[in-house]
Design a protein around this ligand. Structure first.
Ligand code: NAI
Length: 330
């Protein structure tokens, strides 16, 4: 029995995490869910979106899965997601982007992995106003953080039989900060017998849209990883299907790439695939490989059959109908 911290989150979070729990339970994995609330549900009571009990629960259980949490844009509290990643030192954000047969999308055979640095860059959240007419955000890039994320990317490639690692940067303009990332990437690459290359982020955006099959594992600083992973999700059917894992030395928090989608919350139409696929990553991390494979297989079959798809994938099934179909195949 594994105890896992479960954060339902905001917007569509409770609906999709509920679907995920049902699917995981149907797979036979033995999980004891420790449910804790964060985000809009607690902000007034605790005057923070991420009370200490959330961090304490994750530190105790070492594994968590969370729904998305709404962050006010341009004002209000700091993103719960960024806070969690920094407080728990979850330095890797791993996002596999893979096509499913049966989902209509721009491409059919995409299979790449975004490895996003998760703790620094412009997301360090160091900003200040300079009078009324200027503001400054500070981009932090450090050698140890570059080293550990690049090593993770190469180790991941080695362990998962991946062919190539591409470092993404903007070192032609940010010669010191992105230059440090690029130089570290090249140094780390020398320790591995794996093909590697590097690419400027704007060229990466164009090439990913034109020829995604040219990429395998891609490693990059925080902001580029945030943007390119949404771009890549668009190549294979949208945000509703792409999972993610925030991984640290001995703690991991699994979550979908998408946000809280407030405009469709509470309507029973959100696609739970992304959080279900995040649960598949979590089960593999926990060593529950058979249960993970059962869920993966059921998802493949449901998409191939294509009868019970949610609205974002061109179908008209509800979240619950789609979930029941997966459970039927499990
Ligand atoms: P979003 O990902 O919530 O929505 C973008 C678009 O994708 C919308 O059209 C939405 O309806 C659709 N979409 C997203 N997930 C879907 C799903 N599972 N099924 C069907 N359609 C789906 O991004 P947005 O609107 O930029 O952000 C909304 C809020 O979520 C913001 O407060 C943002 O800060 C927060 N957010 C939280 C994240 C997290 O908790 N990890 C990640 C990204 C955003």
């Amino acid at each position: 029995m594994h105890t896992v911290t479960l954060i339902p989150g905001d917007g569509i979070g409770p609906e999709v995490t509920n679907a995920m729990v049902k699917v995981v339970e149907a797979s036979g994995a033995k999980i004891n869910w420790e449910k804790v609330q964060a985000g809009e549900a607690v902000i007034e009571k605790y005057n923070t979106a991420i009370p200490d009990y959330v961090i304490d629960s994750i530190k105790k259980n070492k594994v968590a899965i969370k729904g998305p949490i709404t962050t006010p844009v341009g004002k209000g509290f700091k993103s719960v997601n960024v806070t969690l990643r920094q407080k728990l030192d979850l330095y890797v954000n791993l996002r596999p982007i893979k096509s499913f047969k049966g989902i209509k999308s721009r491409y059919e055979d995409v299979d790449l992995v975004i490895v996003r640095e998760n703790t620094e860059d412009l997301y360090a959240g160091i900003e200040h106003k300079i009078g009324d007419y200027a503001a400054e955000s500070i981009k932090i890039i450090t050698k140890p953080a570059c080293e550990r994320i690049c090593k993770f990317a190469f180790d991941y490639a080695k362990d998962n039989n991946r062919k190539k690692v591409t470092g993404v940067h903007k070192a032609n303009i940010m010669k010191l900060s992105d230059g440090l990332f690029l130089n570290t990437f090249r140094e780390v690459a020398k320790d591995y017998n794996i093909e590697s290359d590097d690419l400027i982020v704007d060229a990466a955006a164009m090439n990913l849209v034109l020829n995604p099959e040219n990429y395998d594992v891609m490693v990059m600083p925080n902001l580029y990883g945030d943007i390119l992973s949404d771009l890549c999700s668009g190549l294979v059917g949208g945000l509703g299907i792409i999972p993610g894992a925030n991984i640290g030395k001995d703690v991991a928090v699994f979550e979908a790439v998408h946000g809280s989608a407030p405009q469709i919350a509470g309507q029973n139409i959100a696609n739970p695939t992304a959080i279900i696929q995040s649960a598949v990553m979590m089960l593999k991390y926990l060593g529950e490989v058979d249960a993970a494979k059962k869920i993966e297989k059921a998802l493949e079959e449901v998409f191939l059959k294509g009868e019970k798809l949610t609205v974002d994938l061109g179908g008209n099934s509800t979240t619950e109908e789609f979930t029941d179909e997966i459970i039927k195949y499990i």
